[in-house]
Design a protein around this ligand. Sequence first.
Ligand SMILES: O=C(CO)[C@H](O)COP(=O)(O)O
Length: 156
Amino acid sequence: MTGRMIIGVGADEYGFALKERLRELLEADGRVAEVRDFGVREGTDHDPYPNVGLRVAEAVAAGDLDRAVLVCGTGIGMAITANKVPGVRATVAYDPYSVERSVLSNDCQVLALGAWVIGAEVARRIVADWLGYRFDPASASARKIAVITDYEAGPS
Ligand SMILES: O=C(CO)[C@H](O)COP(=O)(O)O
């Protein structure tokens, strides 16, 4: 992927406020061409996290989004959900090294964060750093990702 990215954001009621903060950050970032908000649109919307996570992950798998940020209470449910969609690689990551490697080693398109776990300013820093990493399809890691992709395709 080169050029400016289309980024999706999504959250459940517990992640809503942090998702709003991160959406604003992404909209102001020159590396981002467009931010698409998959909800929830208000903190009183009780749509369960898997509904939001599946909508976002399906958009990633369809190629409509380059990447996405998902927020729930822990981030864990969003990551589990997004990883159910073939072609999508999602992770929870907070430390700078894991955030970097989630892109450079694992080509994760989805970063899941927990609003109950980290503060907004740390989350903003994580997402700003995360935007700067681009997976190299010519890297040795690409062969390893291909094993996952081949498994998802099923027996030949
Ligand atoms: O964190 C969540 C899922 O991982 C979600 O925001 C809350 O889930 P719950 O604890 O099951 O209500």
